[in-house]
Design a protein around this ligand. Structure first.
Ligand code: SAM
Ligand code: SF4
Length: 329
């Protein structure tokens, strides 16, 4: 079958699926303190519906599938979805992004269900500062979850993602560097993007990957590792051979030209960019009995119109209505 291609010639190979809009944290850069109005259960795609859509895009060459949310592990019976997707021949790389809170409970079931790779989000290694940012006093629980996950060789290498915010993250750098050097985890910093519910994002609040790299290089010299064109992270090894550290720089060094991703929201909308202002409903046609060929055509048409790039920092930039938690980061 024809591969899935957008109107700018980019091949699409990666689908991010938000399995729920709900979350047990309230990270300041993502959700408001009081939470958001959650979707009704009937509005959320069932496991069977998600699996069907993953199969349809799989036929068009989308082989990498990342499950996210909201917090994916709060979705009831989540490991069952993982085993359904892991069984699809078109899925070559199945991964999850989680805040880690429920990993102590679920790591074993997820690994057994066939989850390939894990990204755990963790913004501070100090309990009070973690609480300040996530609005949940959950650092010890997350660390226990990471330890549990690390018991499974199949889950290696485990990545830890920290959102980099000026005025907050600088103080975390030495502890994250030590973690990257002394543990099996690969730590990656991701630049703060304007997808927060409180609309508190300012360009000055982005602590860039370049700035962080300089700070870290001064502590322990770094050497860059060559990357694949569609890889979002710039990864470095410590020159003395102890561990790796990465930087995802969507604001200061946009990687839109190589973007191969599309996203499916928990309520079944296809988004062709994190910053899309338009979405394509797939749930309606799916529930109205559309055939695979009809779904394929709807997806191809939407992907053809994929945005050339995001416009963060440009005059006229409009922040999408959905927050990161409702898009699926
Ligand atoms: N709840 C899970 C978690 O936190 O890992 C999965 C969903 S969360 C929306 C996915 C990723 O998006 C997390 O790594 C989170 O730190 C990141 N994120 C959320 N809001 C962000 C923002 N405004 N800028 C950059 N990254 C953000
Ligand atoms: Fe929840 Fe993840 Fe958003 Fe934090 S970043 S509020 S854990 S969805």
């Amino acid at each position: 079958m024809e591969p899935l291609r957008d109107g700018h010639g980019r091949l699409i190979g990666d689908l991010r699926v938000s399995v729920t809009d709900r979350c047990n944290f309230r990270c300041q850069y993502c959700m408001p303190a009081e939470g958001l109005p959650w979707l009704e259960r009937s509005e959320v795609l069932s496991f069977e519906e998600i699996t069907r859509l993953v199969e349809v895009v799989g036929e068009m060459g989308v082989h990498d599938v990342r499950l996210t949310g909201g917090e994916p592990l709060v979705r009831r019976d989540f490991p069952r979805l993982v085993s359904m997707l892991a069984a699809l021949p078109s899925v070559h790389d199945l991964s999850v992004t989680t805040n880690g809170f429920l990993l102590e409970r679920d790591a074993e079931a997820l690994v057994a269900a066939g989850m390939g790779r894990f990204n755990v989000s963790l913004d501070s290694l100090q309990r009070d500062r973690f609480f300040q940012l996530a609005r949940r006093d959950a650092l010890p629980q997350v660390l226990r979850g990471l330890e549990r996950l690390a018991e499974f060789p199949e889950a290696q290498p485990i990545k830890i993602n920290a959102v980099a915010i000026r005025g907050f993250t600088e103080e975390e750098v030495p502890a994250f560097v030590e973690l990257a050097r002394q543990s099996p985890y690969e730590v990656r910093f991701i630049e703060f993007m304007p997808l927060d519910a409180d609309h508190g994002w300012r360009s000055e609040s982005v602590l860039t990957g370049g700035e962080l790299r300089e700070l870290i290089d001064a502590l322990h010299p770094l050497e860059e590792i060559e990357r694949e064109p569609s890889a979002t992270a710039r990864v470095y090894r410590f020159a003395d051979g102890h561990g790796r550290i990465g930087f995802i720089n969507p604001v200061s060094e946009p990687f839109c030209a190589d973007c191969n991703r599309i996203r499916l929201t928990a309520d079944g909308r296809l988004r062709t960019c994190l910053f899309s202002l338009n979405e394509t409903d797939l749930r309606g046609p799916l529930r109205d009995g559309a055939s695979d060929v009809e779904l394929e055509q709807i997806i191809r048409d939407a992907v053809w119109r994929k945005e050339l790039k995001h416009h963060i920092g440009e005059p006229g930039f409009i922040q999408p209505e959905r927050t990161m938690s409702a898009i699926g980061g």
